[in-house]
Ligand binder design. Structure first.
Ligand code: NOJ
Length: 713
């Protein structure tokens, strides 16, 4: 439709019809016996069965035939035959499940995430979906928060790249195109900063921190063209985000240029009453529409109140028209007026979903997401030696996260299955029962090497899954203690949705391979890496704390006035009496099976003036015996500025693939925009002075050079 046609359509709609477009309900109410909707839930939401029946979008159900049926029924009843929108959480895969987003962060390869998102979109689209509630662009610094698994980590630069890549993967250039779905950037804004890591908790962020660090990735997702944004559950400056007019109207739309559909998170409009910011549902509806929230996800406050608010002159119908126009425009961008079923196709569903090519991509992504935290030479495994695979994850199919809502554990390849596919496995034994310590001890005693597959359950991370302790579950630590007491050659394969306190694991194991929740092809990918078919190359996208008391701990913090100096005597410095300041494993850290030499940083000049560029170079050499990939990272610090800058910030990285003995140059171009920051007067710019540049293999590299910036004010 042309814009003019959309406008004509809007003008022809009744107020009630318009408000219906702004209501979203869960789809399962629509599919009971495939006959129609249930009226019970409508009562619970305080809306009429008709409102429920005419909601302009539904969430959470999939299946080509089913969604085609729902669409057909809906369009028949809808006075203008406006099609319905189908949305769902396709976070890290539809049915082919890729590594969880934090694990994808560890790949340091947004281009690969773009491919994963594109496959997820393809599978979702043939299954009838139009919109995915992804990517989550929340910056995370607190491992207690269960949703860190849904983020790509603690770094605004890396997160921004992933946000844009994922939006491109889901949506492409044209969301109408076959195999594409609309992408929804979430949760706007600051949700990742929930106090004390407790989900839904209050967020306290200064304007500076919000803008300079937290808003960056959302902005990149929006600039990449995301058609939707979702509000967050938290308050910001005491105002729930979902009714926060300044945040949504001034910042999101005004400053960040978002002109798509804004949807509330699930139930969030009504929660503004519980927050103590709206007196009742009616006020919640009024505040929501004033903030510019276009779709109310699953509360009914719009449906029950907007009409009378307009009729009584409390809300200008213009606001409703604006919202509905945005919704109609999205439906139009998806091509639904011409083809309301879009890509839904029961035949294609059978062919495309979980096909070999998709599984292969899932395997590659998983391989690249693993982070080798420790290795004293025991890896890669020599499977000619007697090897015991012990632990609950040896035979577990629960390799997908709690956010893989359309994935199926039965599709996952277990570690055991992957081992059994290898030839000559007569030296391998399995013991998957974590509770039978005697059996585990016996298996360990008789083996040369133990591969111990342990970790969190997938239920321990995700929404409403915050933890106060960051330990590996007690039963599995018992297993590790039992096994390591009788066999010194323990390789821990660690599953988890968040950084954990790994002090004891590190002490007891000769190697630790972090595999997160690796997805459908987890077992294969783990064996590929354990056996050395593929060398591990992942780098941590989030610091692993020494212990929970350090949290939040992140590499790009500020200097205090009294920083602790390495090796210096303690005194009145910023430190703990009982634990170090540094995390156990820092951001950007990860080993491989080979070794790399990174030369000192060479700068092509010592001064950089306005409009100029500077190049920082290193040479990377593979000094080991096997091929490998090093992710060379560049960090910059503005040593002194009108607003203190972090001690270092990631400003570039390159994945360098090297054969043994091979050497390659990694060159990073630095321009003025990379040095710019938000100043106290609200302007963004760079300031003259000293800059430090580090290039190395993690955020702790000391490979440093310095230059001077000479910039016009
Ligand atoms: C609540 C979650 O916060 C959000 O991320 C998700 O998209 C919605 N529920 C819909 O499932």
């Amino acid at each position: 439709m042309t814009e003019k046609e959309l406008q004509t359509l809007l003008e022809d709609m009744t107020l009630q019809e318009k408000i219906d477009q702004m209501f979203q309900v869960v789809g399962m109410f629509y599919i009971k016996d495939n006959t129609g909707i249930e009226s019970g839930p409508a009562q619970e939401l305080g809306v009429t069965p008709e409102d429920f029946d005419m909601a302009g979008s539904i969430l959470g159900i999939t299946g080509a035939q089913r969604l085609m049926d729902v669409q057909k029924r809906y369009m028949k009843k809808q006075p203008h035959h406006i099609p319905m929108l189908f949305m769902a959480d396709i976070i890290h895969g539809f049915r082919t499940i890729f590594p969880m987003p934090l694990a994808q962060g560890a790949m340091f390869e947004p281009e690969l995430s773009e491919k994963c998102a594109s496959v997820a979109a393809k599978e979702a689209a043939v299954s009838g979906l139009h919109v995915t509630f992804a990517p989550m662009c929340d910056l995370v610094r607190d491992a207690r928060w269960g949703r860190v698994m849904e983020s790509t980590g603690e770094d605004p630069y890396l997160n921004s790249r992933y946000a844009a890549a994922m939006v491109r993967g889901f949506q492409g250039d044209d969301m109408k195109a076959p195999g594409k779905v609309c992408s929804c950037v979430k949760h706007f804004a600051g949700y990742g900063a929930a106090e004390a890591g407790r989900d839904y908790n209050t967020v306290e962020l200064s304007e500076h921190t919000l803008r300079e660090y937290y808003l960056k990735a959302y902005q990149e997702g929006i600039s990449a063209g995301a058609g939707m944004v979702m509000t967050s559950f938290n308050t910001l400056n005491g105002i729930p985000a979902s009714v926060n007019r300044r945040l949504m109207r001034d910042i999101l739309r005004g400053e960040m240029g978002f002109d798509g559909v804004l949807i509330s998170d699930y139930g969030a409009l009504r929660e503004s009453v519980v927050h103590g910011c709206s007196a009742d549902d009616r006020e919640a509806a009024e505040k929501g529409i004033r903030a510019g929230v276009d779709i109310d996800m699953m509360t009914g406050v719009y449906s029950a109140n907007l009409k009378s608010l307009v009729e009584e002159g409390k809300v200008d119908e213009k606001l409703i028209d604006e919202s509905v126009m945005r919704i109609l425009t999205l439906k139009n961008r998806l091509g639904l007026f011409e083809n309301p079923y879009k890509d839904a196709d029961p035949e294609q569903e059978k062919e495309v979903i979980l096909c070999g090519e998709h599984r292969q991509l899932a395997r590659e992504a998983a391989q690249k997401s693993f982070v080798l935290l420790e290795n004293d030479g025991i890896l890669p495994l020599d499977l000619k030696k007697k090897t015991a695979f012990i632990g609950p994850y040896v035979e577990s199919r629960e390799l997908i996260s709690s956010w893989a809502v359309t994935g199926k554990t039965e599709d996952c390849v277990t570690i055991r299955e992957a081992v059994e596919e290898l030839p000559d496995m007569e030296n391998v034994v399995f013991c998957a029962d974590a509770t039978d310590l005697d059996k585990a001890r016996e298996a360990a005693r008789e083996a040369d090497t133990v591969v111990l597959a342990i970790g969190e359950s997938y239920r321990q991370s995700g929404e409403a899954a915050s933890r106060g302790m960051l330990d590996v579950p007690a039963e599995q630590m018992e297993l590790l203690r039992a096994v390591s007491a009788v066999n010194g050659n323990v390789v821990v394969v660690l599953f988890n949705g968040r950084p954990l306190d790994l002090r004891e694991v590190k002490e007891r194991a000769k190697a630790v391979l972090e595999v997160w929740f690796p997805g459908t092809e987890g077992g294969h990918a783990i064996l590929d890496v354990l056996t050395g078919k593929v060398s591990p190359s992942g780098k941590l996208p989030m610091s692993f704390p020494y212990c929970v008391g350090q949290v939040p701990v992140y590499y790009n913090h500020f200097s205090t006035g009294r920083p602790q100096q390495k090796g210096a005597d303690a005194g009145y410095v910023s430190r703990y009496l009982d634990i170090p300041n540094e995390p156990l494993y820092p951001f950007g850290y990860g080993l491989t099976y080979t070794a790399f030499d990174i030369s000192p940083v060479a700068l092509d000049k010592k001064e950089m003036k306005t409009g100029e560029k500077l190049t920082a170079r290193v040479s990377v050499k593979n000094t080991g015996k096997t091929a490998g990939t090093e992710t060379v990272q560049m960090y910059i610090q503005d040593v002194s500025a009108s607003v203190a800058r972090p001690v270092r910030e990631l400003r570039g990285y390159q994945k360098v693939v090297l054969e043994p003995g091979e050497e390659k140059e990694a060159a990073f171009e630095i321009d003025e925009a990379m040095l710019a920051f938000l100043r106290d007067d609200g302007t963004v710019g760079s300031e003259s002075g000293r800059f430090r540049v580090w290039i190395g293999s993690s955020s702790e590299t000391e490979n440093e050079a310095e230059f001077t910036g000479i910039f016009e004010d």
